[in-house]
Design a protein around this ligand. Structure first.
Ligand SMILES: CC(=O)N[C@H]1[C@@H](OP(=O)(O)OP(=O)(O)OC[C@H]2O[C@@H](n3ccc(=O)[nH]c3=O)[C@H](O)[C@@H]2O)O[C@H](CO)[C@@H](O)[C@@H]1O[C@H](C)C(=O)N[C@@H](C)C(=O)N[C@H](CCC(=O)O)C(=O)O
Ligand SMILES: Nc1ncnc2c1ncn2[C@@H]1O[C@H](COP(=O)(O)OP(=O)(O)OP(=O)(O)O)[C@@H](O)[C@H]1O
Ligand SMILES: N[C@H](CCC[C@H](N)C(=O)O)C(=O)O
Ligand SMILES: [Mg+2]
Length: 494
């Protein structure tokens, strides 16, 4: 693990209420991981206040506690009795993020963060692909882990600051100079990336998701807007999709702070997508940048992928690359794992795609994006996750009903919930759909109805490799199941 040779509380920018300045051996956010000489950040949680665990942390040898006023009230006496240092911060999550950055001490020199309801992983992956095509040592970090010139698994889209800065420092030590990360709304709200130094930040779009956590659209918007209102430095550049009305607001927030702004859009913008022509394997794009028109081939299915690719190109330009060199990489871009990925083709030519659409807007976008590439019917398999935003379920069903010709409703990570109840909520939005709880059977039935010219979209799980039922994660891969179903129905199984 990357650690500085010697670090004190003050060298991490933290001041104890009593002026103590102990040497530290590490920082932890979970009392169960605390060891001798560590700083324990006792954060206000969504379930419980971390200060509840200060006694346990002190027993395990913590020498400093970082918390808020409430935490100090709960645990201040215990901290003082143990002779540990007590740091009280108005925003301990932000203090933790900044301390973690100083503790690990390095990040790739050029960094970008991308926010938005849908498209973060796609845009980040395209940014990384463009940088690598340009000969740079680059990675993307997010839902699919750390990928590119260096790789590592990640449990979260935006990891908590300790994991994040440890990973960034390791990447920098491995020679990675360029990194692009996803900024989830949870991550922004909890200030997980406040210690990262960004050159540019991107915004894709804003629609419904995660209302279980944020409760209102306003709070969800404010969380995302924080990337431009707070995290991006004033000398950084905001790269914004202005086709989304919320993008116009994001651009205004960045402009008001004096940040540079590059706009991207179909209706206008610095990088302006003027035309698209679709065929069976991809699309041709025509766009303008600074008074010059370019035409490039994109070997990807789905009109929205062009929005993602142009946003990615503008982000790379915002970090200083030559625009023409950036646009030259577009024909070399490849499918993002689990995003509009061609999984299998039936003998009759009908294609099966796997996509990570798990919001109402993403389902509508993914299905409508397939239309221009498909001559026959569109079949959709959809399901909603358990222990996540319940309000989106009927809307996901309705998005499938409105944009597909045939719909199957199935399970997608029911987690602790009753799968039948989740399916019923989705079915409320698409009452004509066929309900098939078992996902493998739903895929088999979806593949079975494919006629020549038809296409099937298996939505929701994308790159995931498991189905979470209760506490069990059973191996499940939509791409694999699609191939198996096609092989079985076309008599290709040995
Ligand atoms: C809802 C949420 O985001 N929770 C995050 C939050 O935990 P919390 O505040 O709810 O924790 P809590 O259970 O109330 O406990 C409070 C504190 O006590 C500590 N504790 C708890 C128990 C103990 O024995 N000792 C101890 O010290 C916990 O570490 C925590 O700091 O702060 C923790 C520490 O930073 C995070 O690990 C945790 O993420 C959990 C694991 C999570 O699953 N988050 C998901 C929802 C998430 O972040 N997803 C996003 C978005 C994905 C997307 O875009 O779709 C992501 O970026 O991955
Ligand atoms: N620009 C876009 N506009 C609308 N929908 C999109 C766009 N890009 C991707 N999608 C849809 O959203 C799905 C998820 O895409 P992606 O994984 O890139 O988003 P994400 O923001 O990273 O999601 P998560 O919040 O899970 O991290 C895709 O599979 C596709 O269906
Ligand atoms: N990062 C998203 C992924 C959802 C994917 C879908 N398969 C589900 O389980 O709902 C979440 O945790 O809400
Ligand atoms: Mg993602």
């Amino acid at each position: 693990m990357t650690t500085p040779s010697r670090s004190t509380l003050n060298s991490l920018g933290l001041m104890a209420a009593g002026g103590e300045n102990p040497d530290l051996t590490g920082i932890e956010v979970d009392s169960r991981r605390v060891g001798a000489g560590k700083l324990f950040a006792a954060l206000p949680g969504t379930e419980v206040h971390g200060a509840t665990f200060v006694d346990a942390a002190l027993e395990r040898g913590a020498v400093a506690i970082l918390t808020d006023a409430k935490g100090a009230q709960l645990a201040g006496v215990a901290v003082r009795t143990a002779g540990a240092a007590l740091v009280i911060s108005e925003n301990p999550r932000e203090a933790l993020a900044r301390s973690a950055a100083l503790w690990f001490g390095a990040q790739p020199e050029t960094m970008i963060a991308v926010t938005g309801t849908n498209g973060k992983t796609s845009v980040s992956t395209f940014v990384r692909q463009i940088w690598i095509e340009m000969g740079l040592a680059a990675v993307n970090l997010g839902t699919t882990g750390v990928e590119g010139a260096w790789s590592a698994p990640l449990a979260h889209t935006t990891p908590e600051p300790i994991t994040l800065h440890r990973t960034l420092a390791q990447a920098a030590q491995a020679g990675i100079t360029h990194a692009v990360m996803e900024a989830s709304s949870h991550g922004l709200d909890q200030r997980r990336l406040d210690g990262v130094t960004l050159k540019a930040a991107g915004f894709t779009n804003f629609t419904q998701d995660h209302l279980d956590y944020h409760e209102t659209f306003e709070a969800y918007f404010d969380a995302k807007a924080a990337l431009f209102a707070r995290v991006l430095p004033e000398d950084g550049t905001a790269v914004i999709n202005i086709d989304d009305a919320k993008g116009v607001e994001m651009a205004a927030i960045a402009t008001a702070r004096g940040c540079g702004v590059i706009t991207v859009g179909r209706d206008g913008g610095d990088l302006h997508l003027r035309a698209q022509r679709f065929d069976a394997t991809g699309q041709d794009l025509r766009f303008d940048w600074r008074g010059k028109t370019y035409q490039k081939r994109l070997e990807l299915i789905g009109g929205f992928q062009a929005d993602n690719v142009l946003l990615a190109a503008a982000l790379v330009i915002a970090c200083g690359a030559d625009a023409a060199d950036v646009f030259d990489t577009i024909p070399h871009l490849t499918t993002v794992r689990g995003r509009m990925q061609l999984a299998a083709t039936r003998d009759n030519g009908a294609a099966v795609f796997v996509d990570y659409a798990h919001t109402p807007d993403a389902i509508a976008t993914a299905l409508s994006a397939m239309r221009p590439h498909v001559m026959g019917r569109l079949i959709a398999i959809v399901g909603a996750g358990g222990d996540r935003d319940r309000a989106k379920r009927p809307l996901m069903g309705a998005a499938a009903h409105e944009n597909a010709d045939v719909v199957f409703v199935t399970d997608d990570n029911p987690r602790s919930e009753d799968p039948a109840t989740i399916r019923a909520a989705v079915m409320a939005g698409c009452p004509d759909a066929t309900e098939v709880g078992d996902r493998a059977e739903a895929i088999l039935r979806g593949v079975n109805v494919l006629q020549p010219g038809d296409a099937l979209l298996i939505a929701g799980k994308g790159h995931e490799t498991g189905q979470t039922i209760g506490d069990d994660v059973l191996p499940f891969d939509d791409v694999e199941q699609a191939s198996v179903a096609v092989a079985a129905l076309d008599g290709r199984l040995a």
